[in-house]
Unconditional design. Structure first.
Length: 339
């Protein structure tokens, strides 16, 4: 039997309504899932976060949900306990001595929309500066006086064949900004060095509020450099060192070392600054991060979450090369030990 035109239209209308209802239900279900933490993950709720909390651990929450990207804190001795989330959202973050640096970037945003926020212990913004590119690394000196950040101005990965970075250092007391370390004088192997392809990234500070360490890349090589803010100079110390992190006792540098030429594969190492001898750590997975020292014996770093390309988990490993990697807390990045 042939359906009349009116009946055909009725059947079509009912089908459209049913499909529309199904689509709406799927959207609501997906949104509901996005608003909940990952199954089995720590609970998280809005609350007050302070950078002077004794025995605290701060990090960016990367788990799915309404607090994704928010700076959160937990007790350092219970890192997988319920999290307190602030209303400060960042792509990269670091804090020391009650001063924080928050690097912000919106997907598809214009360069002038990328910002570095200097925040006080209660996360109030005390200064906002434009970034020249996409956030990559951030650090604050142990005294809280200096903040540093690195951005990509072309390329989006340290494993890319072609990329360019810009690294700045801000004196939070005087407001003086060194907008690019490329303006500092370079000494390599005892001689002045100048080249068009010089790039810096991954600053880490000493307690003296002058000395810093960073990565210098030029002529296809990466170098660990020691720098002076007051003299505006850097001196090369060793090769194949990226994203250095100075230990609390200032005797060692943790860093990622490229273990295969031409590949984005790095192995975490620690170098003794007195002898420049190095040893590999127990973490054998490729770590593309600037590790943070939780204390003189332990390093923390981010690795991609299994099965979730847009999330990372924080792991720890002993700094002496012994032991084994251990999950610190899931759905997190940019750790800072508080207090």
């Amino acid at each position: 039997m042939t359906l009349s035109l009116s009946r055909r239209l009725l059947v079509l209308a009912v089908a459209v309504l049913l499909l529309g209802g199904l689509a709406a239900a799927l959207v609501v279900r997906a949104a509901d899932r996005a608003d909940r933490p990952r199954a089995g993950g720590p609970e998280i709720a809005a609350g007050g976060v302070t950078l002077t909390r004794q025995g605290g651990l701060a990090f960016l929450n990367s788990g799915q949900g309404p607090h994704r990207g928010a700076l959160a804190s937990v007790p350092a001795d219970a890192p997988q306990s319920a999290r307190t989330a602030s209303d400060l959202d960042c792509q990269r973050f670091y804090a020391a001595a009650g001063t924080g640096v928050c690097l912000r970037s919106s997907p598809g945003a214009l360069a002038q929309d990328n910002k570095a926020l200097i925040v006080d212990a209660d996360l109030r913004t005390v200064r906002s500066l434009p970034l020249a590119g996409t956030p990559s690394r951030a650090r604050v000196s142990p005294s809280g006086r200096f903040a540093a950040w690195t951005v990509f101005v072309s390329g989006e990965s340290y494993g890319s064949a072609f990329f360019s970075t810009r690294t700045a250092i801000l004196d939070t007391r005087t407001g003086k900004l060194e907008s690019s370390l490329e303006e500092f004088a370079v000494s390599m192997d005892g001689r002045d060095y100048r080249a068009q392809d010089v790039n810096f990234w991954g600053v880490t500070f000493s307690k003296d509020d002058d000395t810093f360490y960073a990565t210098l890349a030029t002529a296809g090589q990466t170098h660990l450099v020691r720098g002076s803010i007051s003299r505006r100079t850097v001196t090369t110390l060793a090769r194949n060192v990226e994203c250095p992190s100075l230990s609390p006792d200032e005797t060692r540098i943790a860093y990622k070392k490229r273990v295969r030429a031409g590949a984005s594969l790095w192995r975490e190492h620690v170098m003794d600054l007195g002898t420049l001898r190095e040893h590999a750590l127990a973490e054998k997975r490729s770590v593309d991060d600037q590790a943070a020292w939780l204390d003189d014996r332990t390093l923390a770093y981010a690795l991609p979450t299994d099965g979730a390309a847009d999330s990372t988990d924080l792991w720890t490993v002993p700094a002496d090369g012994t032991g084994a990697p251990r999950l610190l807390t899931p759905g997190a990045s940019s750790p800072s030990r508080l207090g």
